[in-house]
Design a protein around this ligand. Structure first.
Ligand SMILES: Cc1ncc(COP(=O)(O)O)c(C=O)c1O
Length: 159
């Protein structure tokens, strides 16, 4: 048997607060099933974002000490820009702190009234930024995609 282990060691742990199924159901009811009204402390696994929610590598922690916060011309930026250019081959790199901020920039340039953006299912902040620009967002999700509780092999029932 092949044993696959993660090729890293996690150096810090953060205790989390566990809830029972009954508590989660009550919390969801109180939040009217709106996950944005939940308190993050009550969420064991948060699937709303993966930005900044996981452990940092030792290189990333070390990078904080090497970071230069100059308002302009920071060597940290040039190091970051070169690395991202090398990885992506893109000519222009605009750092943003999170995905939702990137979408704000993207759709303020590409969006606007009369424009339409399609997706299998638009992420909530993506849709919000599209609609804020005056454009329209359309979800082209197949029938099975609207029923997350069904298993892949029961696909035939929707055909
Ligand atoms: C398309 C898209 N936009 C925004 C986000 C949210 O990311 P952030 O928390 O970095 O804004 C995600 C998260 O996975 C995403 O997939």
């Amino acid at each position: 048997m092949n044993t696959i282990i993660e090729p890293f060691r996690i150096k810090s742990v953060e205790p989390i607060h566990f809830t029972t199924r009954a508590q989660r159901e009550e919390l969801l009811q109180l939040a009217h099933n709106n996950t944005f009204l939940l308190h993050a402390d009550d969420v064991i696994i948060d699937l709303l974002t993966d930005s900044g929610t996981s452990a940092m590598s030792s290189e990333q922690w070390a990078g904080i000490m090497r970071g230069d916060e100059s308002y302009a011309g920071s060597p940290s930026f040039f190091r970051f820009e070169k690395t991202v250019k090398d990885l992506t081959g893109m000519g222009h790199i605009i750092p943003t702190h999170q995905g939702r901020a990137s979408e704000k920039i993207l759709f303020s340039i590409t969006g606007g009234p009369g424009k339409v953006f399609i997706s299998n299912t638009l992420f909530d902040t993506t849709r919000a930024n599209i609609e804020f620009s005056g454009a329209e967002g359309i979800d082209l999700v197949c029938e099975e995609g609207k029923h997350p509780s069904i298993l892949a092999h029961s696909k035939a029932i929707w055909m």
